[in-house]
Design a protein around this ligand. Sequence first.
Ligand code: ATP
Length: 907
Amino acid sequence: MTETRMLPTFHARSAEDVLEALSAGRAGLTKDEAAGRLAESGPNRLPEPPKRSPLLRFLSHFHNVLIYVLIVSAAVTAALQHWVDTGVILAVVIVNAAIGYVQEGRAEKSMDAIRGMLAPRSAVLRDGRRISVDAADLVPGDVVLVEAGDRVPADLRVIEARGLKIEEAILTGESVPVDKGTAPAAEDAALGDRTSMLFSGTLVAAGAGRGVVTVTGPDTQIGRISGMLSRVETLTTPLVAQMDGFARWLTLFILIVAGALLTYGYFVGHLPFSDLFMAVVGLSVAAIPEGLPAVLTITLAVGVQAMARRNAIVRRLPAIETLGSVSVICSDKTGTLTRNEMMAATLAAAEHVYSVGGNGYSPEGAVRWREADVHPDDHRVLMEFARAAGLCNDAMLHAHEAGWRVEGDPMEGALVALAGKITREGAEPFRQWTRADAIPFDAARRYMAVLHHDDVGRACIHVKGAPEAVLALCENQRATHSKVEPLDTDYWHRMVESLAAEGQRVLAVATRSVSPDKTSLDTADIEGWLSLIGLIGLIDPPRAEAVTAVAECHAAGIRVKMITGDHAATARAIAGMIGLKNHDRVLTGADLDEMDDIALADAAVETDIFARTSPAHKLRLVTALQARGLTVAMTGDGVNDAPALKRADAGIAMGLKGSEAAKEAAEFVLADDNFASIAAAVREGRTVYDNIKKVISWTLPTNAGEALTIIVALFAGMALPITAVQILWVNLITAITLGLALAFEPSEPGTMRRPPRPRDEALLTGGLVWHIVLVSTLFLAAVFGMYFYAMDRGYPVSLSQTIAMNTLVVLEIFHLFFIRNIHGTSLNWTAVRGTRIVWACVLVVAAAQFAITYMPLLQPIFGTEAVQIFDGLLIMGVGAIFFALIETEKQMRLAFRRSELSGQIET
Ligand code: ATP
C-alpha cells in the first residue's frame, strides 16, 4: 500500500493503470485479500472528533445562573460564619452537578448508539460477487458499485460509468452535480475537475457506476479536511428550547423579586440580615425550575431510545415532537405496506397465460399452462421471458442455510429466480452473455434496458419496466413460437388490468436483436424498435402487521395514504387488503398533473390512493396537504424523494432499501422499512410529548407552591414554615429524583385513541396555568396547615418545620402519581402499581427523608427533629386528601370535555 501513497495522481492515470497499481482487478478482491488489506489500511472511518474532557463536562454543570447565586450565597453565609449553611449549600451544589453529569453522560451515550445504527453500507465485489458490506470494511483495491442516491464510501477511481453525476458540494462547495467518467483527468486538475475520481462523502445524483477504492478513512480528501464532520447535534426540540428560554427569564424575574424582598425586608421591615438573606436564597432556589432542562433532556433521550427499539431511528430530534402531532401518513407501498418478498406468479404471452410455481427466491419451480407443466422447448417464448428476466437485472441470489436471499432489488431477485425456473440452470443462468451497456431504471422513465453480447457473436437488447412505458417502446409482439406479429395494445391493456386487479405487480418485458458491433445503448436504440415478449405478474403480499397498524392509525385520528409508483389497479387491490379508508378512488400521476394547486388540495385530502406517481408528485401532495393545515409524515427511498422528505413535517426514509440521499433528507430512518414501525414511532412521539408536558406540569406547580410558602411567610413576618436549607434539599435533591421518574413514563393506555394534538398548541395552555394555580394553592394550604397544627400542639419550631417539609415531599409524591395519568384515571390498580422506576424514585426519596428526619448525625445539619408516628400518618392523610381533590377536579374536567366532544359529534 505504500506504493499507492507515493503515487497520488490516480485521477491522471488510466483505469487499468490504477487497478494494476492497486494490485486489483475489475472483479474486485477476494474475501481473504480484503481481510489482509483491512489489517494493513485500518477501517475506512474518519477519526472521531475529540471529546470534551470529563472534567470540563463536569465543570460545565456549574455554568448556570442558579448555581452562581448559590455560590455567592455560600460565600455570604461563610462571611456571616454560618458554617452549616455554607456546607449544605456547597454539598447540594456539588451533588446537583454530579447528578447532571451522570444524566448527561447517559443521554449522550444513547445518542451515540443511535448514530451507530445509521452506519452506511456499501455494495462491493468480493470473490467476483456483489455483496453488501459495512462501509468501514472497505480497503484499497475493492471494486465498489454506486448508483443514484448513494453516498460515495471512499475515494474511488471510476472504472465504469453510466450517466454518472456526482454532487460534490461537501468538498468543493459547488452544488451543481458534475459528470464523471473513466477518462483520465489532467495531472494538475483541481479537485472539482478530477472527473475520473469519486470522493468519499459526496453524493451520487444520477446514473450508476463502479470504481476501485484508492484510499480510505483519514487518507481520503474528506479525511484530510479534519474537523469538518465534528458537528455536534444538541439534544433539544422546539418545546425544550422554549422551556429553556422560559426558565431563563423566570430566573431573572425571581432574582429581581428576591432582590426587592431583601431590600424591603432589611430597610422597611428591619429584619435581621442573616435570616432574611437565607430566606431570600430559599425563595430563589424554590422558585427557579433549575432541574427542568436536565430532566427534559433525559425525557428526549429516553424517547429516542424507545423509538430505536421500535425500529425508528431519529436523525433530527425536534421531529420527535412533530411526530406526535402527525395527522396524515403518506406511505410507499412496496416494502412498507407490503412485504417486498416478491415472486413471479404469472407470465402472460400473446397466446397463453402461464402460472409459475415455487417458493420464495428459490430458482426452482414449475411453469404451468392449463394445469400441466410446460417445457421451454415447446413454448419458446418462455426462454425469451427467461432471458429478459435474467439479463435485464442487477440482483443476485445467494443460497443460505435458511433459504435463498437476494442481494439487490427484491423484484429483480424474483426475476432471477424465474429465469432459473425456466432454464433449470439455477441462480446464474445465461453466463455466456456479457453486458456491454445499460440504461439504469429510473422512477420517472419506469424502465430499464440492457445490451448483451453472447459467445457466438449475437447481440441483443432487453428491456423491462412498467407496461405502459414498455408498450410505448414496442413495434410488435412475439408469439409462443417467437413469431413476430403486430402489437395488440387492447389485449395487453386488458391483461395488465386483470393481473393488477389481483394485486399483482405487473412488468412488461421486450427485446430487440442488434448488430454484434453495437457496444453502446441509447434511448434512440429502443424507442419504437422493440418486440414485446409479454407481461410478468409478481405477487408481493401485504404485511399482516401493517393491517393492524393502519387500523391503529385510523383509531388515532390519523389518515393513511398510499403513494406508489405502481399501477392503479395493483394499488387499489393492495389498499383493499391493507384496509385503507377510501380504497375505490385512485388518482394517478397523470390525473394530478391536470389539477391546479387548489383542486389538488381538495383531492389530496379526500383520496387515499395515488398510483403511477413520480417523486415530483410526492412533493406536490405534501405541500397540498400542509396547505390544508395537516401535519404530514411522508416516507421515501429514492434520491428523488429527498425534496418531499425535506418538505414533510416528518420525513421518514427506508433503512433497508432507502438511498443515503433519502436518509439524509429525512428526520427518521426506519430500520425495517415496515409501516408498523411508523405507527409505533407515532405512539412514542405522542408519549414523549406527553412526558415533556408531564415533567413541566409536575415541576412548575411544585416550584410555585414552595415559592409561595416563603413569600407568604415573609410578608406575614413570621418564621419560615420550611427553612432555607430544607428548601434547598427538597428542591435540588428530592424534586429532581422524583421528576426524573416522569422521563421514563410508558405510553398511557389511550394514547392511540386520541385525535392528534393541534400543531401549534401552546406550551403554557390555560389548563396548565390553572393546574399551577390550583396545585400551588393546595400546597400552600397544606404546608401552612400542618405547620400551624404543629405549633398549636406546642411543638418546637424545628419539629413543626420538619413536619411541614415532610408534608411538602409527600404532596410531591402524590402529585407525581396524579400527573402520570393526565389523560385517564389515577384510581385503578395499574395506576397505583405504577412502574418500577416510579417506585424506585419514591423509595429513594422516602429513604432520604427518613434519613434527614431521624438520623441524629443529619438532624443538626438540616435543623430537623424526629416526627412522631401519629404525625407521620397525619401527613400521609393530608397527602391523600390532596390527591383526592385534584383527581376529582380532573375527572370533572374530563367528563365535561367528553360531553362537549360528543355534543360536537352530534351536531
Ligand atoms: P413504491 O413507491 O410503493 O415503493 P414502486 O416500487 O412500485 O412503489 P417505483 O420504484 O417508482 O415504485 O416503480 C414504478 C414502476 O416501475 C413499477 O411498478 C414497475 O413497473 C417499474 N419498475 C420498478 N423497478 C424496476 C426495475 N428495477 N426495472 C424495471 N422496471 C421497474
